[in-house]
Write a protein that binds this ligand. Structure first.
Ligand SMILES: Cc1cc2nc3c(=O)[nH]c(=O)nc-3n(C[C@H](O)[C@H](O)[C@H](O)COP(=O)(O)OP(=O)(O)OC[C@H]3O[C@@H](n4cnc5c(N)ncnc54)[C@H](O)[C@@H]3O)c2cc1C
Length: 155
């Protein structure tokens, strides 16, 4: 059930206890919410943006990028239901050990988790994405998404 928290009418109704509250309805938040709901937990998924793209919401994502030369923050991310995943190209590649060992670039590149901790969920992730589990390190494009063009908001 969807509630618009900016609407006074529903604000009081939805204040109940949830087992879990997830902030952000992109691929990560939505997948986690569905998984928890399947295991019998009550979940509130809170999304900062609306159901559709709006400039007002997207402007909240504006910010400076320091250090890494990269695109502007409000260009690479989308702030509405579905999140940045709305312009996700569908390419999937499993993590490699080196991805977690980049401290040679500087301390800030050190991950607080190990490759093995993430890799154990690879098959489950492939199953959710409906792609083969024996990916090795090859790129894999989700067939359905490959039919869609990039929805890259260059504002
Ligand atoms: C053009 C483009 C193409 C890409 N293609 C690929 C690809 O092919 N393969 C790949 O693996 N990756 C790709 N990526 C990267 C991928 O899209 C992201 O890594 C992924 O979508 C991140 O998902 P997420 O759920 O972590 O975050 P998001 O999808 O960004 O979701 C975060 C959600 O949280 C909400 N939110 C933020 N702050 C708050 C707050 N304070 N309160 C409430 N809600 C909040 C946002 O509105 C958003 O809905 C691409 C990125 C871009 C820009």
């Amino acid at each position: 059930m969807l509630f618009d928290l900016q609407s006074e009418a529903v604000t009081k109704k939805i204040f109940k206890k949830f087992d879990t509250i997830i902030v952000g309805a992109g691929a990560a938040g939505i997948t986690t919410a569905i998984t928890l709901e399947k295991s019998g937990k009550s979940v509130a998924l809170i999304e900062g943006g609306g159901l559709e793209y709006s400039e007002e919401s997207q402007n909240i994502y504006k910010g400076n990028v320091n250090g890494d030369p990269y695109f502007d923050l409000d260009v690479t991310r989308l702030r509405y239901l579905g999140g940045s995943t709305n312009h996700w190209g569908g390419w999937c590649r499993p993590f490699e050990k080196i991805d977690f060992q980049r401290n040679y670039l500087g301390e800030q590149y050190e991950w607080p988790i190990k490759f093995e901790e993430v890799d154990q969920y690879k098959n489950e992730a492939c199953s959710i994405l409906e792609i083969e589990t024996n990916l090795s390190s090859n790129l894999m494009l989700i067939p359905m998404l490959s039919l869609l063009s990039f929805n890259f908001h260059l504002l």
